[in-house]
Ligand binder design. Structure first.
Ligand code: AMP
Length: 281
């Protein structure tokens, strides 16, 4: 696997690949890679000729600068893991490479419909930063396929909207949530959990599973209330538990009236913010 730190270097190589008729799959990440990321790499290598991964901790999507500072960085280990899984190229740029004209420059896209709920109000500016960086990375890599995880439900929904609105040719492939054996969704942030909180963190998966199982038994409001109660354990603080339409991301009041419904949650486990979701139907 070759590592590129500059846009020019990567683009030259990818132009050659394209001339040779190779299809390109792209997996954008912020590093501190784990088996969840590798499932995206595996999907990409099974569907395209050349897999490109990026490791870039994008400053513009962190509304909390403390979180940006604490974000784990393990580039050498990441590179080894990617190489072992058949990734052809790793793009690990500096902010200057990604944002040569400064990070204020961005595209015009109104995503306010999709950011009204869940992560949106709790992380102001976050999705604008995500749209900005994914758009820029797509401009650099120009992949045939883009691989993202269902783990970040609102994120992939907003990127799907961006691709459609801007009529980009890249196809989005959404991959299942990879979990630890006890149900905790894999995340780069999990390494920051204290031992005691790590032991309690399967409560997110258990709560989502409870809601899925009981979706026909209780009203949405009751389900959400019960879920928040389940998540409100010592040293945990649920931020939201929302049952929303899987397309519009708007809250639903009656599950039976919607085709695609998902439950999403964010919970503070001590100082670590965990998110998870489950498709109800
Ligand atoms: P991140 O490095 O956290 O920005 O994640 C990079 C990509 O990996 C995103 O598309 C995530 O949705 C995806 N991802 C993160 N965690 C998981 C997981 N547990 N299972 C599947 N995909 C994941």
């Amino acid at each position: 696997m070759k590592v590129y730190k500059t846009v020019r270097g990567l683009q030259r190589q990818l132009d050659k690949e394209r001339k040779n008729g190779k299809s390109i799959g792209f997996v954008p990440t912020m590093g501190a890679l784990h088996a969840g990321h590798m499932s995206l790499i595996k999907k990409s290598t099974s569907q395209t000729d050349i897999t490109v991964a990026s490791v870039f901790v994008n400053p513009t999507q962190f509304n909390d600068k403390g979180d940006l500072k604490k974000y784990p960085r393990t580039l050498e280990k990441d590179a080894k893991m990617l190489a072992d899984h058949g990734c052809a190229y790793l793009f690990a740029p500096s902010p200057k490479q990604v944002y040569p004209k400064g990070d204020q420059e961005t595209i015009q896209l109104d995503i306010s419909q999709l950011t009204q709920y869940m992560e949106g109000p709790n992380r102001p500016g976050h999705f604008e930063g995500v749209v900005q960086v994914v758009h820029r990375l797509l401009e650099i890599v120009v992949p045939d396929n883009l691989y993202m995880g269902q783990k970040d439900f609102q994120q992939f929904s907003i990127i799907a909207y961006m691709l459609k609105k801007l009529k980009l040719k890249t196809k989005l492939v959404v991959c299942d949530i990879m979990r630890e054996e006890d149900g905790l969704a894999m995340s780069s942030r999990n390494v920051r959990l204290t031992k005691a909180n790590r032991a309690k963190s399967p409560i997110l998966f258990q709560t989502l599973s409870f809601v899925k199982k009981n979706q026909n038994k209780y009203k949405v409001k009751t389900l959400e209330k019960k879920a928040l109660e389940m998540l409100d354990i010592r040293s945990f603080r649920p931020e939201y538990f929302s049952i929303v339409d899987g397309k519009t991301l708007a809250p639903v009041s009656d599950i039976s009236k919607h085709k695609f419904v998902v439950a999403c949650t964010a919970v503070w486990a001590g100082e670590v913010r965990l998110i998870d979701n489950m498709i109800l139907k």
